[in-house]
Design a protein around this ligand. Structure first.
Ligand SMILES: *Cc1c(COP(=O)(O)O)cnc(C)c1O
Length: 395
């Protein structure tokens, strides 16, 4: 490596163990400061859906920099109006609030759910049911509904009234519902917690429980949304409609932006003064969102994921059949996980040494979340390297 890592790290709060410095991206590849090229099957944690060489996307940002970068939310801006329309159209929601990150979208969604339920039942305590192994972000509210204890416990007390059900276990959800439950929050496909897709029975069952009990269903589509699963949003595989969704990650394809969106009746619960953000939805961020939606449509990105998914699955399944330490392959679309007996960190590290970027999810899941423009040749290259690594590690 070129850069002195010790020196590079001296002024950061040490929350990440980093080794590589990337200086450039080209298509599906990242280039480090020694000029070495890596196949990127992590997309900056499911963000860079369009890869690194989309000229139309880059030009739209350059143009917006010249036009207008920031004005605050005291005024309308044209890209935000257009982006909100695109997001509503794609998700079946009616109204959007733009944020700067995923965690901030979760915060807004939780506030909206509490406020809405109290417009109908003022005495509701605002209790929330979340899922074990969920991940919703690092801010205090988002952390409160995150199902991994070691993320939460050092920072308690968090917001109260949160209980955790077992994902894909409808009875465990039912058992936690009380008259004070205002919201159920979950990912349509759990990412960070180990790539666990919801079963259709569970998704439909939770929707029905919410309807029967006047509970707001919040689906976190921050990682699994924006085409990653072969539908624009992962919930669209299940034939249900949530009350609130959160989006971020690939929403801006690299420009920091998130959003929460809701159906009309619920959205109306927030009125002027209830919520705000200085940057959220600024012209630069929402120009990125607009261009992302336009390119998705023009270049048939979601259809491409749907079309290539069987190929990716087949290749991963045949790898798993060959290597005993690969326990299971699971996921939807371009969001796949390999459960491995070999620690995921070791595999991810070995892959880096061979010029392949992967991400772990927990201790034993290798997470594959490539840019959505990945082609068969990239899947082949990844599988060839994974085959090599598992062969070496199993020897
Ligand atoms: C990444 C992620 C978040 C948090 O998003 P940030 O932008 O990092 O705050 C929330 N929920 C899910 C499902 C995520 O994958």
């Amino acid at each position: 490596m070129n850069m002195d890592i010790q020196k590079a790290d001296q002024h950061f709060i040490h929350t990440y163990n980093r080794k590589i410095t990337f200086v450039k991206g080209e298509g599906m590849y990242l280039i480090d400061d020694t000029g070495r090229k890596y196949l990127d099957m992590g997309a900056g944690i499911a963000v860079s859906a369009l890869g690194y060489s989309n000229d139309e996307y880059k030009q739209a940002l350059k143009d917006q920099v010249d036009q207008l970068i920031h004005i605050s939310n005291l005024y309308f801006n044209e890209p935000a109006v257009k982006a909100a329309g695109y997001l509503c159209e794609a998700s079946g929601m009616d109204r959007v609030f733009f944020t700067n990150s995923g965690a901030e979208a979760i915060e807004g969604a939780l506030k909206l759910a509490r406020k809405y339920v109290r417009t109908k039942t003022p005495e509701n305590k605002g209790d929330i049911i979340a899922m074990e192994h969920s991940f919703h972000g690092r801010t205090m509210g988002a952390l409160s509904v995150t199902g991994t204890k070691h993320y939460r416990e050092p920072f308690e007390p968090l917001i109260g009234g949160v209980s955790f059900a077992k994902y894909n276990d409808l009875d465990s959800v039912k058992a936690l519902i009380t008259p004070d439950t205002c919201a159920i929050i979950m990912e349509s496909l759990q990412g960070e917690g180990g790539i666990h897709p919801a079963t259709e029975e569970f998704m439909k069952g939770v929707r029905a429980l919410c309807d029967e009990n006047g509970i707001v269903l919040i689906l976190d589509e921050i990682q699994c949304g924006m085409g990653r699963t072969g539908e624009m949003f992962a919930f669209q595989h299940y034939g249900i409609q949530p009350d609130i969704i959160t989006s971020a990650k690939a929403l801006g394809c690299g420009v920091p932006v998130g959003a929460f969106a809701a159906k009309e009746e619920i959205a109306r619960a927030l009125v002027p003064g209830d919520h705000g953000t200085t940057y959220g939805g600024n012209p630069l961020a929402t120009a990125a969102v607009c261009k992302v939606f336009e390119i998705f449509k023009k270049e048939h990105i979601v259809e491409h994921v749907k079309e290539l998914t069987p190929y990716l699955r087949e290749k991963l399944e045949s790898l798993a059949a060959k290597h005993a330490s690969m326990k299971e392959v699971r996921g939807i679309g371009f969001m796949q996980g390999i459960e491995s007996d070999i620690p995921a960190g070791d595999i991810v590290g070995a892959a880096q040494e061979k010029g392949l970027i992967l991400i772990s999810a927990g201790t034993n899941i290798i997470r594959i979340v490539p840019p959505l423009i990945a082609e068969k040749e990239h899947i082949d290259e990844m599988c060839r390297i994974l085959d090599e690594i598992f062969t070496e590690k199993e020897a």
